[in-house]
Design a protein around this ligand. Structure first.
Ligand code: AMP
Length: 122
Protein backbone atom coordinates (compact mmCIF):
# COMPACT_ATOMS: atom_id res chain seq x y z
CA UNK A 1 0.00 0.00 0.00
CA UNK A 2 1.34 3.41 -0.93
CA UNK A 3 1.90 5.82 1.95
CA UNK A 4 1.23 8.92 -0.07
CA UNK A 5 -1.67 8.19 -2.36
CA UNK A 6 -4.03 11.07 -2.92
CA UNK A 7 -7.17 8.94 -2.94
CA UNK A 8 -7.99 5.85 -0.90
CA UNK A 9 -4.51 4.31 -0.86
CA UNK A 10 -3.20 3.83 2.64
CA UNK A 11 -6.63 4.70 3.93
CA UNK A 12 -7.50 4.25 7.60
CA UNK A 13 -10.19 5.37 10.00
CA UNK A 14 -8.37 8.71 10.13
CA UNK A 15 -8.96 9.11 6.39
CA UNK A 16 -12.68 8.83 7.10
CA UNK A 17 -12.36 11.52 9.77
CA UNK A 18 -10.45 13.82 7.39
CA UNK A 19 -13.21 13.37 4.77
CA UNK A 20 -15.90 13.90 7.46
CA UNK A 21 -17.36 10.47 6.72
CA UNK A 22 -17.37 9.71 10.44
CA UNK A 23 -17.68 12.26 13.24
CA UNK A 24 -14.86 13.44 15.46
CA UNK A 25 -14.49 16.19 18.04
CA UNK A 26 -12.28 18.42 15.92
CA UNK A 27 -10.25 21.01 17.78
CA UNK A 28 -8.12 22.40 14.93
CA UNK A 29 -8.03 22.14 11.14
CA UNK A 30 -6.15 23.78 8.29
CA UNK A 31 -5.20 22.74 4.73
CA UNK A 32 -2.51 20.33 5.88
CA UNK A 33 -3.36 19.05 9.34
CA UNK A 34 -6.33 18.05 11.51
CA UNK A 35 -6.62 17.63 15.29
CA UNK A 36 -9.42 15.87 17.15
CA UNK A 37 -10.05 14.37 20.59
CA UNK A 38 -9.03 10.74 21.07
CA UNK A 39 -12.10 8.50 21.34
CA UNK A 40 -10.52 6.60 24.26
CA UNK A 41 -8.66 9.30 26.22
CA UNK A 42 -5.90 8.22 28.61
CA UNK A 43 -5.49 11.69 30.12
CA UNK A 44 -7.84 14.64 30.78
CA UNK A 45 -6.58 16.16 27.52
CA UNK A 46 -5.86 13.61 24.79
CA UNK A 47 -5.81 15.01 21.28
CA UNK A 48 -4.61 13.39 18.07
CA UNK A 49 -2.92 15.61 15.47
CA UNK A 50 -2.55 14.18 11.98
CA UNK A 51 -1.33 15.30 8.58
CA UNK A 52 -4.07 15.15 5.94
CA UNK A 53 -1.53 13.44 3.71
CA UNK A 54 -1.62 9.77 4.81
CA UNK A 55 1.97 9.08 5.88
CA UNK A 56 2.05 5.69 7.69
CA UNK A 57 4.37 6.72 10.54
CA UNK A 58 7.65 8.53 11.11
CA UNK A 59 9.59 5.55 9.76
CA UNK A 60 7.76 5.92 6.45
CA UNK A 61 8.34 9.68 6.25
CA UNK A 62 10.82 11.02 3.70
CA UNK A 63 12.86 14.18 3.24
CA UNK A 64 9.97 15.82 1.45
CA UNK A 65 7.80 15.35 4.54
CA UNK A 66 10.24 17.35 6.67
CA UNK A 67 8.40 20.68 6.56
CA UNK A 68 5.11 18.94 7.33
CA UNK A 69 6.64 17.09 10.30
CA UNK A 70 7.93 20.36 11.68
CA UNK A 71 4.54 21.94 11.18
CA UNK A 72 2.93 19.10 13.15
CA UNK A 73 5.21 19.71 16.13
CA UNK A 74 4.66 23.46 16.11
CA UNK A 75 0.90 22.98 15.73
CA UNK A 76 0.90 20.50 18.63
CA UNK A 77 2.51 23.14 20.85
CA UNK A 78 -0.11 25.72 19.79
CA UNK A 79 -2.95 23.29 20.50
CA UNK A 80 -1.47 22.40 23.89
CA UNK A 81 -1.31 26.10 24.73
CA UNK A 82 -4.93 26.59 23.62
CA UNK A 83 -5.94 23.67 25.86
CA UNK A 84 -4.33 25.41 28.83
CA UNK A 85 -1.45 22.94 29.14
CA UNK A 86 1.50 25.26 28.62
CA UNK A 87 2.10 26.05 32.28
CA UNK A 88 1.66 22.53 33.69
CA UNK A 89 3.32 20.76 30.78
CA UNK A 90 2.27 17.99 28.43
CA UNK A 91 3.62 15.14 26.34
CA UNK A 92 3.73 14.67 22.56
CA UNK A 93 3.97 11.01 21.53
CA UNK A 94 4.02 9.20 18.22
CA UNK A 95 3.84 5.39 18.24
CA UNK A 96 5.82 3.75 15.46
CA UNK A 97 5.22 0.08 14.76
CA UNK A 98 4.46 -3.02 16.81
CA UNK A 99 6.53 -2.55 19.96
CA UNK A 100 5.19 0.98 20.36
CA UNK A 101 1.62 -0.29 20.01
CA UNK A 102 0.75 1.61 16.85
CA UNK A 103 -2.80 0.62 15.88
CA UNK A 104 -3.73 3.20 13.24
CA UNK A 105 -1.33 3.34 10.33
CA UNK A 106 -1.74 7.03 9.56
CA UNK A 107 0.88 9.17 11.30
CA UNK A 108 -0.46 10.89 14.40
CA UNK A 109 0.88 12.83 17.34
CA UNK A 110 -0.80 12.19 20.69
CA UNK A 111 -0.99 15.39 22.76
CA UNK A 112 -1.41 14.32 26.38
CA UNK A 113 -1.88 16.47 29.45
CA UNK A 114 -4.03 17.57 32.33
CA UNK A 115 -2.35 15.25 34.85
CA UNK A 116 1.18 14.23 35.77
CA UNK A 117 2.29 11.51 33.36
CA UNK A 118 4.47 8.57 34.34
CA UNK A 119 7.93 7.99 32.92
CA UNK A 120 9.17 5.66 31.56
CA UNK A 121 6.05 4.64 29.62
CA UNK A 122 4.83 1.09 30.16
P1 AMP B 1 -1.94 4.45 18.22
O1 AMP B 1 -2.14 3.31 19.18
O2 AMP B 1 -0.77 5.33 18.55
O3 AMP B 1 -1.95 4.00 16.78
O4 AMP B 1 -3.18 5.41 18.46
C1 AMP B 1 -4.39 5.31 17.82
C2 AMP B 1 -5.34 6.13 18.63
O5 AMP B 1 -6.48 6.41 17.84
C3 AMP B 1 -5.85 5.45 19.90
O6 AMP B 1 -5.52 6.24 21.03
C4 AMP B 1 -7.36 5.35 19.68
O7 AMP B 1 -8.10 5.53 20.85
C5 AMP B 1 -7.59 6.45 18.67
N1 AMP B 1 -8.78 6.31 17.82
C6 AMP B 1 -9.12 5.23 17.08
N2 AMP B 1 -10.24 5.47 16.40
C7 AMP B 1 -10.61 6.74 16.69
C8 AMP B 1 -11.69 7.58 16.30
N3 AMP B 1 -12.63 7.15 15.46
N4 AMP B 1 -11.76 8.82 16.81
C9 AMP B 1 -10.82 9.26 17.67
N5 AMP B 1 -9.77 8.53 18.06
C10 AMP B 1 -9.67 7.28 17.60
Amino acid sequence: VSNRGDKMEGDTIFGKIIRKEIPAAIVYEDEEVLAFRDIAPVAPVHILLIPKRPIVNVAAATEEDGVLLGRLMLTAARIAKAEGLEETGYRIVTNNGAHAGQTVFHLHLHILGGRALGWPPG
